[in-house]
Design a protein around this ligand. Sequence first.
Ligand SMILES: *Cc1c(COP(=O)(O)O)cnc(C)c1O
Length: 405
Amino acid sequence: MSAKAQGPASRLDSDLRDVELATLAIRGGHTRTSEGEHSEPIFPTSSFVFNSAAQAAARFGGDEPGNIYSRFTNPTVRIFEQRIAAMEGGERAVATSSGMAAILSLGLGLLSQGDHIVCSYSVFGSTVSLFNKYFSKAGIRTSYVDPTDIDAWQRAVEPSTKLFFLETPSNPLAEIADIAAIAQVAHAAGAWLAVDNCFCTPALQLPLAMGADIVIHSATKFLDGQGRCIGGVVVGSDTLMEEVYGFVRTGGACLSPFNAWVFIKGLETLELRMLAQSERALQLANWLELQPQVERVYYSGLPCHPQHQLAARQQRAFGAVVAFEVKGGQAQAWALIDGTRMISITGNLGDVKTTITHPATTTHGRLSPEERQQAGIKDNLIRVSVGLEALADIQTDLQRGLSLL
Ligand SMILES: *Cc1c(COP(=O)(O)O)cnc(C)c1O
């Protein structure tokens, strides 16, 4: 990228072709308006005006590019889309009103009645509900497989399989799926691979470069990073995203300009945050392993993690989420959580504020005891999403809880 500004509105996207992620996160997608604003502008407008009836007709008819209505396009939303597309290495991104809206729009944009999905069994709970309760109504069936077992993905393929869907690392147990290997199986079956890249973000993992066709995000988590807004995004090729865009535009699952602006600002610090939070998480996981009240720690950065090598190869760092089991059951887990004073007790994650969750009674509380057992979510399991507070203070707070056990 040339270092010299050429005045307002003169910079083209092509200036940003050969720059690194950190630069894309800060400069990507922003073409200045004639006002010469330095920070990205928010366009809180529902519709756009035309110079004439003929121009309105040309815009609606698709003969002239440009904005019509913010359910279709909005300049602030477009900056977010172009920035995240550049960071993920995709041709195009489509922003959505939430992470779930991203998965909904992916499914209804690309799949038809009779199509089949092969999905990792350790994906976000609402993803499973969406597939089982609602996609099934549209005649789209889903089979679930162990994300770490390549043969299982292969065995689950049916003639109508169109989509593979996975999250890696999984939440909360940090199972790692081999994106490149699973992409090969998907492509041999004539299916697309979609990766929910929420836990790593493009700062730590680039699924498209490893062969995935589509990346989805809950922007609500690390992309925002400060717990302010709900939003999502789908990234992939122009051809695939045109279909997803068609659904968002028609179905109305669009992102608001204000939320898009918050995410734009979140992306600017994403890499720094992900690296710093991952570093704290690694140290915390090592420390937790030494605590006598802790039975087991789930974190792919630990050499004892069964897929540590794969995680080290596939990811730039190991992420901010650490899960662990305490000795005892739910009573001990709750006592630890209630013994903390600083860490936020909340179901959310991906924030600069450290959060603590008891999955069995919250995020995974809707599963039956058998389903929870199958998913490996025990009553003594605790999930911590490590933020940016000083590590010593996070440890001190957890120690308050641990000392009660
Ligand atoms: C939170 C989350 C979602 C859903 O995102 P929302 O923004 O809450 O709709 C999807 N996938 C993963 C991995 C998540 O953590």
